[in-house]
Design a binder for this molecule. Structure first.
Ligand code: GLY
Length: 433
C-alpha cells in the first residue's frame, strides 16, 4: 500500500511514523523534514518539495505514485482545499474538505456552530468587520470591566489571538488591535471579540470518519513561549496526557460533556453536507460555571498529535482507510493508558524576533537510551547527526511515554540533556500538576 503525508511539521512526522509502519510512505513537504525523509527512504517511497497548499501539484504527485490514501493534517492546506483537489483526482484523502475545515478557518462560522449546538458553551462574543463594529463589540463584550480577547476570524499561524493582560494593556488597546486587523484586510479582515476567561484548558483530539468518532485521552498543551506561561503565544511548546485521560481539574462527566459537543459539531458539519474526516482538535475551558469552547481545529493539534500517536498501539494506515470509507470503530484505535510528554525545542528567536538558521546535533541512540524518541519539525539535515533550523520555528520534539507522568517527563528532559546539543531553547517547567 502507498500512503501520502502532506506537510512537514512534528505532527506530520508523528503521523508519518505510524503510516510508515505498514505502508510505503510518500511525502509532499515544504522542506525536507529529516524524520519524514528517512521514513520515506526506508519504505521505498518518494519525496516532492513544494507548496503544501498547491492542491493541483499534490494531486498530480499522488496520482503519479498510485497513492491509496493520503493524510492532510495542517490548517493552511486544508483551508486551501487540498483534500478537495485530491478527491477530484480520485485519491482518497483523510481530512476535511475546505467546506468542512471552515470550522477552523472562519472563527465567525465556528462561533455560530456552537450557538446552534451548545449555546451555553460560548463565551460572551461579538463579530466585527468594520472599525465601528469593532468599537461596539469591545464595548459590549467588555461591559462591566470585563477584559476581552481579540481573534482574527481567519488563520494567522497561531499568532493572531491577543488577550488583554498578557498581550494587550487594556480594552482600548484591544479595540486598536481589532481595528488594525480589520484595516489590514489580513487573516480574514474581521475579528471575533470574546470575554477573557481565566480557567484551566484542555483539548480533545477526536478522530472521526464523519459519522463515528473515537475520543482519546484529553491533552494539555503549553502555548506560551517561556516558563511560567510568560511571553507570547506560540504554536505550542509542549503537551502531555495523563493515565486515564483526565486532569486534576477535569472530571469524567465534564470530559464526556465536551466529547458530546465535539460529536455534535461533527454531526452539524456532516448534516450540512460538509465532509469532515480525520481529527477535530477541540479546545475547552473548565469554568466554575461549566464548559466553554475555546476553538475548533479541523486537524490534529501540534504538539498534541505527538502525544496521541505515541499512545497509539494499532495500525494507523487501517485507521486512515476506515476514515475514508466511513467504517471507523473504537477497536481500530487502541490507545495505551500511559502518560505521555512532548517537549519542543525551538530556535532562540521563535515567536519573539526574526532569526537566522541555527545548527544543532541530535543523537538518536542516546535519546532512545534515555527512554524517549525524537521527531523533527522545522529543521533539515546537514550531515550525520547534524541539523539546521528552518525559519524561526519549532525545530525538534522529544516524546516520552511511561505508566505515570513523572517518569515520562523525566525521560523527556533526560533525553534532551544527553541527546541534543546546540543553540535551541525549550521550556523546563512542562508536565507538572
Ligand atoms: N497546539 C495548537 C494547535 O495545533 O493549533
Amino acid at each position: 500500500m502507498n500512503t501520502l503525508i502532506v506537510g512537514h511539521g512534528g505532527r506530520e512526522a508523528a503521523l508519518g511514523t505510524r503510516m510508515a509502519a505498514s505502508s510505503s510512505l510518500f511525502a509532499f513537504m515544504g522542506h525536507a523534514n529529516p524524520t519524514i525523509s528517512s521514513l520515506v527512504e526506508g519504505t521505498g517511497g518518494a519525496v516532492l518539495i513544494g507548496d503544501v497548499c498547491d492542491g493541483a501539484s499534490i494531486a498530480r504527485f499522488a496520482v503519479d505514485h498510485a497513492i491509496d490514501v493520503a493524510m492532510v493534517s495542517a490548517d493552511d492546506p486544508l483551508a486551501a482545499g487540498v483534500v478537495d483537489a485530491l478527491s477530484a483526482a480520485g485519491v482518497a484523502a483523510v481530512g476535511p474538505t475546505r467546506a468542512g475545515a471552515q470550522i477552523e478557518w472562519d472563527k465567525h462560522f465556528s462561533r455560530t456552530v456552537v450557538t446552534t449546538i451548545a449555546p451555553g458553551a460560548n463565551p460572551r462574543w461579538a463579530h466585527a468587520s468594520t472599525v465601528e463594529e469593532a468599537r461596539a463589540a469591545v464595548e459590549r463584550v467588555g461591559a462591566g470591566g470585563v477584559d476581552v480577547v481579540v481573534k482574527p476570524v481567519g488563520l494567522a499561524g497561531g499568532k493572531g489571538v491577543k488577550v488583554v493582560g498578557p498581550h494587550l494593556a487594556d480594552n482600548h488597546e484591544a479595540t486598536r488591535y481589532a481595528c488594525e486587523v480589520i484595516g489590514s484586510g489580513r487573516h480574514g479582515g474581521a475579528v471575533i471579540v470574546e470575554e477573557r476567561i481565566r480557567a484551566p484548558e484542555f483539548t480533545i483530539q477526536a478522530m472521526t470518519d464523519g459519522r463515528h468518532t473515537v475520543f482519546p485521552p484529553a491533552t494539555f498543551d503549553y502555548p506560551y513561549r517561556y516558563d511560567d506561561d510568560r511571553g507570547p503565544g506560540t504554536g505550542g511548546m509542549g503537551s502531555c496526557t495523563l493515565p486515564g485521560g483526565l486532569f486534576p481539574f477535569l472530571d469524567a462527566a465534564t470530559y464526556d460533556q465536551a466529547c458530546g459537543i465535539v460529536a455534535d459539531a461533527i454531526g452539524y458539519l456532516t448534516a450540512d453536507g460538509r465532509s469532515f474526516t480525520g481529527c477535530m482538535n477541540a479546545g475547552f475551558f473548565v469554568t466554575g460555571d461549566g464548559l466553554r469552547v475555546i476553538e475548533f481545529n479541523a486537524r490534529f493539534g501540534d504538539p498534541e498529535a505527538l502525544n496521541i500517536m505515541s499512545l497509539f498501539d494499532g495500525d494507523w494506515t487501517e485507521v486512515m482507510e476506515a476514515m475514508v470509507s466511513g467504517t471507523l470503530h473504537d477497536g481500530q484505535v487502541p490507545l495505551s493508558r500511559d502518560a505521555s510528554v512532548v517537549v519542543y525545542l525551538v530556535s532562540p528567536e521563535y515567536a519573539v524576533a526574526p532569526g537566522q538558521a541555527h545548527e544543532f546535533t541530535v543523537d538518536d541512540e542516546r535519546i532512545a537510551g534515555a527512554g524517549a524518541s525524537v521527531l523533527f519539525s522545522a529543521a533539515e539535515r546537514v550531515g550525520p547527526g547534524r541539523f539546521r533550523t528552518v525559519g524561526t520555528s519549532r525545530a525538534v520534539a522529544v516524546v516520552a511515554r511511561a505508566p505515570s507522568l513523572g517518569p515520562a517527563r523525566d525521560a523527556a528532559y533526560r533525553a534532551i540533556g544527553v541527546g541534543i546539543g546546540g543553540d535551541l531553547q525549550w521550556r523546563t517547567d512542562l508536565a507538572r500538576f
